[in-house]
Design a protein around this ligand. Structure first.
Ligand code: CA
Length: 503
């Protein structure tokens, strides 16, 4: 009896030791928050130079953290950029180079299930994972955030959403008043929000609602957690609270004025999340990343010497050329920061090119997460920032749009790109040391450099898959045609049928 009691107490002691080790391990692992803005202009934050728009909360994160002055995303518009970010792999590796549509019943149209997300890689390492905001990576069951590594989801599955609850309808018409079909690329913009698999409350300005939910998530989650906070702000539709628009009355252009208010609301929302972290004692060991998914909207048909136009020209990507959709710097070169009081000294600037792919790699490394499956293509940025690792994080960064219709490759020293319609009609080679704002095409005088960069891109591209999806608009047209054809077939089938008469 005595012996078995001794054995039991030893066993109990051992369990206690194992448990406390696990708890300690949990405490050591940092929390993560990846904050993504949508279509945000490079120069539309205080820390990247804006004098017009007030973003004190984001600026504070930049000031107390590390600013990456050469931070890039992997695609100059929403869906593919987010696919690269969430997998930590170039999205061309799995053929996702367009904006997916919002198809709730299509088991094909989404981020391939063969790809792991950073959430699934962290979840297996003990993380509680949440996704709040814009998903845009497939809307049917297999692609739902809850099935891609996220324990928790609040937001919308489509590529955009109206900001005011009053605009939401469960009976959004498939046809316009004129009888024409809606081809909105942001199909789903007027649908209710979701929490996990159910419709959810939506009772205030969307950016604030997402921020409030994020503040609650970080407060209530046990450590360690990972939150992907993907705003659709300041993406169209341009909608903001009246009082915030009035705050920017000094901005003459109406669209830019609303856009400024949308950024302000996002900044205030980020302030709410940071405050919640502070109040729950979690700020010190939470790694916060902030980026935009692509550059700001500019009217690319406007000569660069001319002032901003009054429609679809509200972003400011100064000092870069181009904007959303462009292979010029304005398309992919985004505000990029990391804030981690426990692990990184404040007020640092890191100048070598880094990628949104590095966010997944950094988190998975710090968390000792799951690295099985397809290889992560980013690098852990922390040793580079701390100066423990010398050299450059990337020999080169690569871009490919829609099967190579446009493309780019950038080394720390040079960039070679094709952006139809924006580079004088052809390929452009740039010295990124002397000319970081891409003012001069040096292609004629540098055949060897051109050849070197072309080889880098071709080697990278050899491992890519062809783009295999339809753009959201084309998808919706094809789907509508399918149903129209079916309707015709059914009509045909019943056209000459005689009524059944039995005797
Ligand atoms: Ca975007």
């Amino acid at each position: 009896m005595k012996k078995s009691f001794l054995l039991l107490s030893k066993l109990f002691g051992l369990i206690l030791i194992i448990c406390s080790c696990n708890i300690l391990q949990g405490q050591d692992k940092p929390n993560f928050i990846v904050i993504v803005a949508d279509d945000l202009g490079y120069a539309d934050l205080g820390f990247t130079g804006s004098k017009e728009i007030q973003t004190p909360n984001i600026d504070k994160l930049a000031n107390n953290g590390v600013t990456f002055t050469n931070g890039y995303v992997t695609h100059p518009y929403c869906g593919p950029s987010r696919a690269g970010l969430i997998t930590g792999r170039y999205q061309a590796r799995f053929g996702l180079e367009i904006n997916l549509t919002n198809s709730h019943f299509d088991a094909y149209n989404g981020l391939p299930v063969s790809e792991k997300t950073f959430a699934s890689r962290l979840k297996s390492s003990g993380y509680k994972t949440g996704m709040i905001g814009k998903w845009h990576l497939g809307a049917s069951y297999p692609f739902h955030p809850n099935n891609r590594g996220f324990d928790y989801f609040y937001g919308f599955l489509s590529g955009g959403h109206s900001y005011f609850p009053k605009n939401v309808s469960t009976t959004f018409p498939l046809f316009t008043k004129e009888g024409k079909p809606h081809y909105s690329a942001n199909e789903g913009s007027y649908w209710p929000l979701m929490r996990n698999n159910n419709s959810a409350e939506f009772t205030e300005y969307l950016t604030t609602a997402l921020s409030r939910d994020a503040a609650k998530f970080v407060k209530e989650s046990r450590d360690p957690f990972c939150l992907y906070l993907a705003y659709n702000a300041p993406h169209a539709p341009l909608e903001a609270p009246k009082e915030l628009i009035e705050k920017y009355a000094h901005i003459k252009d109406k669209e830019r004025r609303i856009y400024a208010a949308m950024i302000d609301a996002m900044d205030q929302g980020i302030g709410m999340v940071v405050k919640s972290l502070e109040a729950s004692g979690k700020l010190d060991n939470t790694v916060i990343f902030f980026i935009s998914d692509n550059g700001g909207i500019v009217d690319k048909s406007r000569p660069e010497s001319e002032p901003r136009r009054s429609h679809h020209d509200w972003g400011d990507n100064t000092p870069f050329r181009g904007g959303k959709g462009s292979m010029l710097e304005g398309g992919n070169h985004v505000p990029f920061l990391v804030h981690w009081p426990k692990g990184l000294k404040p007020k640092q600037t890191y100048k070598m090119p880094v990628s949104s792919l590095d966010i997944a790699a950094t988190m998975v490394t710090l968390a000792n997460g799951d690295t099985s499956g397809e290889a992560l293509e980013g690098v852990n940025l922390i040793p580079f920032v701390r100066g423990e690792k010398k050299g450059v994080p990337h020999e080169a960064l690569y871009w490919r749009m829609e099967d190579g219709k446009n493309w780019a490759v950038r080394t720390p020293e040079a960039k070679y790109l094709l952006m139809r319609g924006e580079t004088g009609g052809g390929k452009m080679l740039v010295d990124m040391i002397k000319d970081p704002y891409e003012s001069k095409n040096i292609i004629e005088d540098n055949p060897e450099l051109r050849e070197k960069l072309a080889k880098l891109w071709n080697d990278w591209n050899a491992k890519n898959e062809p783009s295999k999806y339809l753009q959201a608009g084309s998808y919706q047209k094809a789907r509508l045609k399918f149903y129209e054809d079916m309707r015709k077939q059914l009509d045909e089938k019943t056209k000459n049928k005689q009524p059944l008469i039995i005797e």
